[in-house]
Design a binder for this molecule. Structure first.
Ligand SMILES: O=P(O)(O)OC[C@H]1O[C@H](OP(=O)(O)OP(=O)(O)O)[C@H](O)[C@@H]1O
Ligand SMILES: NC(=O)CC[C@H](N)C(=O)O
Ligand SMILES: [Mg+2]
Length: 511
């Protein structure tokens, strides 16, 4: 998933870093492993602060103070390729040509051949297992082809054309060319989200923002905003107070297929992505889910509907309304524990569920409860939740999911674990119910889920996680390679130990 952000301020003597920091807090739910900011000062020098941890821990006041410049980019990382090593925190930097930074949301699915291309044809050294470092170097290599003293917009668009030609997968990116411009681009299928917005200053000049979710733009008063189209890019010049941004449809749109999982779980409910309100899709998911529940269960057999906080709340409330049942907050969430799903290892996830959610006995005792969650992935949450409901005295426990069974890898930037760790992998619904310990499990159908999200303009989605058919296809050997890298990172042999810090640019962090 990951969150990306870029801001260019009209006033070149002002500092963009505080607003980037604040924006990162609005995107924290998209990645909790690492955070990073890179800014560019008026003389073209780049400043950076990044590392493992949440935004508030990485961006300490003295570090932010050291980030000079009126334009910059930021990243919140949830690793999907490589490892969670500090050295893979983003934005990445490469000094040639011109000095480039890049922050990437998504996943490339042809990294095996891209690595070979880098090595054998382009002769660029890639120092980590991150696909984002690879993507940056592909862009750099394409830009270098013009061999110009100074870069211009045409060169950047041409280089991006090369990126589109070479890279397969899901990618929304924000980048920065030292002393020149910010830029953003979105993959030709629009799998990952990216929005552009502007804010008018009192003197009539404009500031610009690129962000993964509309909520950041809105919160920072960037009123006029829109989604970049699949295959579209924008360049925002450093002197954006006097020069307008330039948009270009770099390659034709291949399809318009935003990732359906953004609406199920990933995005904040108060965001609107590709013209679709996440909140409204979740309300609709509740209604459709209720219709489906009625086909499988006698509603008289349900005493109360209980959500699994946080994400499922919106959907569960509407589901209860549609069923005509009482809605109760049976689990109290400890707001100081992060999203468990995006925690790096399984042991941490299991203990976090109990730390995060605490049952209120009165809501379960001697009742038939219908627990509603947005999705069941590994089953870590549902297993614990069902057990807690039983320990609290529930008579029967039904479990409903607003998403259909997840039986396949997510390959575009949501690390939905190895297929065999998915609770629905090779299991029927009865077997899933048994595995999580509930009396019955009821899933949303894929057709209904799509109906909840589609609009006139966007009626198809990336749904590979439910069907195993991915919009870009997957390069032969890619999934095996991914698992190999994961295994290597798990064993952490001495031969391949990860560097503590990124070697690209001095990290101005500790002082
Ligand atoms: O089957 P699992 O592997 O447990 O994954 C599914 C759970 O993970 C997510 O919750 P999470 O705690 O990440 O975040 P939330 O507070 O936004 O619901 C999701 O909302 C489900 O509850
Ligand atoms: N979740 C993402 O978008 C991850 C970006 C990139 N593939 C990484 O692993 O760092
Ligand atoms: Mg949850």
């Amino acid at each position: 998933m990951c969150g990306i952000l870029g801001i260019a301020l009209a006033d070149q003597s002002s500092k963009v870093a505080p607003e980037l920091c604040d924006g990162c807090i609005f995107l924290q739910h998209r990645g909790q492993d690492a955070a990073g900011i890179a800014t560019c000062g008026s003389r073209g020098r780049i400043y950076q602060c990044k590392g493992n941890g949440m935004a508030r821990d990485v961006f300490t006041a003295p570090r932010v103070h050291g980030l000079v410049g009126s334009m910059g980019i930021a990243h919140l990382r949830y690793p999907t390729a490589g490892s969670s090593a500090n050295s893979e925190a983003q934005p990445f930097y490469v000094n040639s040509p011109y000095g480039i930074n890049l922050a990437h949301n998504g996943n490339l699915v042809n990294t095996v051949s891209l690595e070979r291309y880098m090595d054998e044809d382009v002769h660029r050294h890639i120092n980590t297992d991150s696909d984002s470092e690879l993507l940056l170097n592909i862009f750099a290599a394409e830009l270098e082809k013009h061999n110009k003293y100074r870069v211009n917009n045409e060169d950047v668009f041409l280089a991006l054309e090369g990126v589109y030609r070479l890279c397969r997968g899901g990618y929304a990116c924000v980048g920065m060319l030292a002393g020149f411009a910010l830029f953003g681009f979105r993959d030709p299928n629009g799998i990952r989200p990216l929005l552009f917005g502007e804010r008018e200053n009192a003197d009539g000049t404009k500031d610009y923002m690129l962000a993964s979710e509309s909520v950041v733009l809105k919160a920072h008063n960037f009123t006029k905003f829109r989604d970049l189209k699949p295959g579209e890019a924008v360049i925002i010049p450093k002197d954006c107070g006097t020069t307008e941004p330039e948009f270009r449809q770099v390659v034709p749109m291949n399809s318009y297929r935003p990732d359906l999982f953004e609406y199920v779980y990933f995005a904040r409910p108060d965001s609107v992505l590709d013209g679709i309100s996440v909140y409204h899709t979740r309300l609709a998911m509740g209604v459709k889910l209720a219709e489906n529940i009625k086909k499988h269960l006698n509603p008289d057999d349900i005493d109360v509907v209980i959500p699994v906080p946080d994400t499922a709340r919106t959907c569960a409330l509407q589901c209860a309304n549609a069923l005509g049942k009482t809605y109760r907050e049976g689990f109290v969430k400890n707001r100081y524990v992060g999203r468990t799903f995006i925690m790096p290892n399984q042991k941490e996830r299991i203990s976090s569920v109990r730390r995060k959610l605490n049952p209120m006995e009165s809501e379960f005792k001697d009742k038939n409860v219908l627990i509603v969650d947005d999705s069941i992935v590994r089953g870590t949450t549902s297993r614990e939740i069902v057990q807690m409901a039983r320990e609290s005295g529930a008579t029967k426990v039904y479990f409903a999911s607003a998403a259909p069974p997840i039986r396949y890898n997510h390959i575009y930037g949501i690390d939905l674990t190895d297929t065999k760790n998915l609770i629905a992998y090779n299991r029927s619904e009865e077997e899933i119910a048994e595995a999580i310990g509930c009396d019955q499990v009821i899933y949303q159908t894929l057709e209904d889920l799509i109906d909840c999200c589609k609009t006139k303009n966007v009626d198809k989605f990336e749904i590979g996680v439910f069907t195993g058919n991915y919009v870009t296809g997957v390069e032969d050997g890619y999934l095996q390679e991914l698992e190999k890298v994961r295994e290597r990172n798990r064993s952490r042999g001495l031969i391949d130990i990860k560097a503590e810090v990124d070697i690209g640019l001095y990290n101005c962090a500790d002082y």
